[in-house]
Design a protein. Structure first.
Length: 189
């Protein structure tokens, strides 16, 4: 039995959002250990994930375009601290557009099959799952490369508060630029 849900939150287990041609749901969500069927489109889920991170899809897309010069099929950093980046396989508003989460991709290969002539490539995820794709190897590989460029170029947890906490520097030091003996040093005098 298919589990159909109204809402879904993109998380570190999300591997792909596939558009569905079904009257009861709009997206097939592939996670590491399950599949869900959601009554929202892949783009709606991406937009909601951006809002959950206190930004808009349009704003983050514009920022990526500004920093990279790319105008079409722009990868979206959904949560930079957790390295959750997704790339579209088509124009985001195209009815066939799937979103692939790069942190789960192990490899992309060409695939030619007599049984399935529309399948041009296959994505192998790190958990061993395979996803046949109608998009060409070249397109998927280019999108993966662009997404990896974003990962390298944009600030991540290595420059944010989480990195400093992991390095033994507390939030007070980070925000005030010095070490404090205790909380009493923060009191107004």
């Amino acid at each position: 039995m298919e589990k159909i849900v109204t809402n879904y939150t993109i998380n570190s287990n999300t591997m792909a959002l596939l558009p569905a041609k079904n009257i009861e749901y709009d997206t097939i969500v592939i996670e590491q250990s399950r599949r869900l069927f959601v009554r929202k489109t892949p783009l709606e889920l991406i937009k909601l994930a951006c809002l959950a991170e206190f930004c808009t899809y349009e704003g983050i897309r514009c920022a990526v375009m500004h920093h990279t010069g790319w105008q079409k099929k722009v990868p979206i950093p959904i949560n930079k601290n957790k390295s959750i980046y997704a790339f579209p396989t088509h124009a985001p508003t195209h009815f066939r557009c799937a979103w692939i989460f790069s942190n789960h991709v192990m490899e992309i290969k060409r695939r030619h099959s007599i049984e399935k002539p529309t399948i041009q490539s296959v994505i192998t995820f790190k958990n061993g799952e395979h996803l046949d794709m109608n998009e060409s190897y070249h397109i998927l590989e280019k999108q993966m490369h662009r997404t990896n460029m974003c990962l390298l170029r944009f600030p991540s947890r290595l420059s944010g508060p989480m990195f400093h906490q992991e390095m033994g520097v507390g939030m007070k030091e980070l925000y005030y630029g010095k070490e404090f003996m205790d909380d009493s040093d923060l009191e107004l005098k």
